[in-house]
Write a protein that binds this ligand. Structure first.
Ligand SMILES: O=C1O[C@H]([C@@H](O)CO)C(O)=C1O
Length: 596
């Protein structure tokens, strides 16, 4: 029998419960937790297969018989679970989820030698991670040069049930941009690691959603030396398609007088690109999963590793179709533009546009590229960078020689990945797994960034920048002259596990007086930022994600030649790294001896 004295605490407790429920409902939309968060399961098999990405049959890396791999669509807050089986006969494989920060799951970042062991032929690995934020992302191979071999696809995260995009659109299209070589990746890789060095050269074809045309052109009727961004004035024949060919162009079918969101991502191995649509302006609203202060452009520069969303309004003559054209920037182009068709309903998609495709800005018009980059600001209300940094690392990018082999080095160290993944060797304190000395924080102040290195000889290393957990780190990426005089190239740098604020770009060598010019007010958050020839780029991030994270040039052959560094923070906080990720090298041996 209850008495009033044992009754009252119960009343009290249920009132507390009601209060908690009320608070939860108030907080729900604010913290963006969607009630309907799901786990999205995918079962994938990676294999080599014959494919004709540019109408020339070749071998590509496909997933479940598709090239590019299947598109993942999820909602913010969902968990993505990919059960990946390696069906390659003689190679390992891993997949990196580009732009997903992997909070709490650094072993799912998919970087060979860094976050996990490669998945051997016949083996299956589970990538399970949360997609915590809406945005346009992609995934790709991160072992050897498997991205160049075609191992990539799109990853689209829609807003959660309770969230809204800060802009309106009636429909959307997804454009994954890449570049394609006829020479096999195996050949390319051997060339890069041979002495004498054999460079891969320019791509044969630019692909839009894995589709391009070689030996014929969709716009052959219009091709004049002036309208072509290609340095070779080859005249192409007109392509003829039924529409079901693997290399038939991508068609964007639109209704008149609507707004469409184009999600554009570049997973090129080498090419910096420029995208334009005949007669249509684009309003840029998102970059790398972060909202931007909207701005309008006629054309968009996009570097490997970047993604953007742009809005277009279909307010042009609906009895016509329009070109979407993608051309090469920053390197003397030898590749014809990639084309897709903006097709107004009910006009037939086979009716070709009546004017030539938009012309890509001149390849070395860096003023144009810089002007674009400097228009990018975070949407008002976005998170701001801490006012000051606790550590500043200055990274000089140089092209070098090691024992006669051509390499890229950062502060004179060319990254050579160790066989045991850092995540395990740091967690378990395995002393001999990689170089224990921290790589240099800076470079010689007398180094002349405007000239080829006076002593091009460099060394390779596997050291790690150990970052104190939760500290603010500034990185100044410093470009320089390559091995040949008067050459300095574009390098898009991509950071794993974080976004960084892009605080500014500058010319020549970074100096303390440049600090005053940095933008701490509304810098955009990104995961990839470019360094322009002979320039520097300043970045800031908070080392708040326990794990080991690659930071590297997203040009595939450049990373392969050592153009990257490794950051690690808070690894001791991780108590649930699955052994499955680390069963190789010294961690593999350690597990074996523990079991015996
Ligand atoms: O890494 C590179 O090597 C070549 C060239 O510098 C040497 O052949 C090139 O254009 C690169 O980007």
């Amino acid at each position: 029998m209850g008495t009033s004295s044992d009754h009252s605490p119960m009343v009290h407790q249920s009132w507390r419960g009601i209060q908690a429920i009320i608070i939860w409902f108030i907080l729900l939309p604010i913290i963006g937790v969607s009630g309907g968060a799901k786990t999205r399961h995918f079962k994938w098999e990676v294999e080599y297969m014959f494919w004709s990405p540019d109408c020339v049959e070749n071998v590509v890396m496909g997933i479940n018989g598709e090239f590019p791999g299947p598109t993942i669509r999820a909602k913010a807050g969902d968990t993505v679970d990919v059960e990946l089986t390696n069906k390659l006969s003689t190679e390992g494989v891993v997949i990196h989820w580009h732009g997903i920060r992997q909070f709490g799951t650094p072993w799912a970042d998919g970087t060979a030698s860094i976050s996990q062991c490669v998945i051997n032929p016949g083996e299956t690995f589970h990538y399970r991670f949360k997609v915590d934020r809406a945005g346009t992302y992609f995934y790709h191979g991160h072992f050897g040069m498997q991205r160049s071999a075609g191992l990539y696809g799109s990853l689209i995260v829609e807003v959660g049930e309770e969230e809204r995009e800060p802009f309106h659109y009636d429909g959307e299209f997804n454009l994954l941009l890449s570049d394609w070589w006829h020479q096999s990746v195996h050949n390319q890789e051997v060339g890069l690691s041979s002495n004498p060095f054999r460079w891969i050269g320019e791509p044969q074809t630019l692909l839009i959603n894995g589709r391009g045309q070689y030996n014929c052109s969709m716009a052959a009727n219009f091709r004049t030396p002036e309208s072509s961004s290609s340095s070779s004035n080859t005249q192409y024949s007109q392509c003829k398609f039924r529409g079901n060919e693997q290399c038939a162009p991508h068609i964007l079918r639109v209704n008149p007088n609507k707004t469409y969101r184009l999600r554009v991502a570049s997973t090129t191995a080498l090419a910096s690109l420029n995208l334009a649509i005949g007669n249509h302006k684009m309003v840029v609203v998102e970059a790398d999963g972060n909202y931007l202060q909207p701005f309008s452009v006629d054309d968009l520069d996009i570097y490997s590793g970047e993604s953007y969303s742009v809005l277009i309004t279909t307010d042009q003559d609906p009895s016509k179709n329009y070109w979407l054209s993608v051309g090469v920037r920053g390197r003397l182009p030898e590749t014809p533009p990639g084309l897709a068709i903006l097709n107004y309903k009910p006009t037939s998609a086979s009716k070709l546009p009546i004017s030539p495709p938009p012309v890509t800005p001149r390849w070395n018009d860096y003023g144009h590229s810089k002007a674009f980059s400097k228009k990018i600001f975070a949407l008002m209300g976005s998170s701001k960078p801490p006012k000051s940094y606790e550590r500043r690392i200055i990274l000089l990018n140089t092209q070098n020689k090691i024992n006669g082999y051509t390499k890229w080095a950062i502060n004179n160290v060319s990254l050579a990945l160790p066989p045991t993944p850092y995540l395990g060797s740091i967690k378990y304190g395995l002393k001999n797994a990689f170089d224990r000395n921290s790589p240099p924080e800076n470079f010689d102040e007398n180094y002349d960034v405007m000239s080829p290195p006076t002593n091009p000889n460099s060394t390779s290393g596997s050291g790690v920048y150990l970052l104190s957990f939760n500290t603010t780190v500034d990185v100044i990426l410093q470009n320089a002259n390559a091995l040949s005089a008067n050459v300095s190239e574009i390098h898009p740098w991509h950071l794993h596990g974080h976004d960084f604020w892009v605080l500014g770009y500058g010319e020549g060598k970074f100096s303390v007086k440049d600090e005053k010019k940095l933008n701490l007010k509304n810098p955009p958050l990104r995961n990839t930022a470019v360094i322009f020839p002979y320039g520097w780029t300043a970045l800031r991030f908070v080392a708040d994600n326990p794990g080991v994270w690659a930071f590297h040039c997203h040009i595939e052959p450049h990373l392969h030649m050592g153009m990257g560094v490794v950051f690690a923070e808070g690894v001791h906080h991780l108590n649930n790294i699955p052994n499955e990720a680390l069963t190789c090298g010294l961690t593999g041996k350690m597990f074996l001896s523990k079991n015996n």
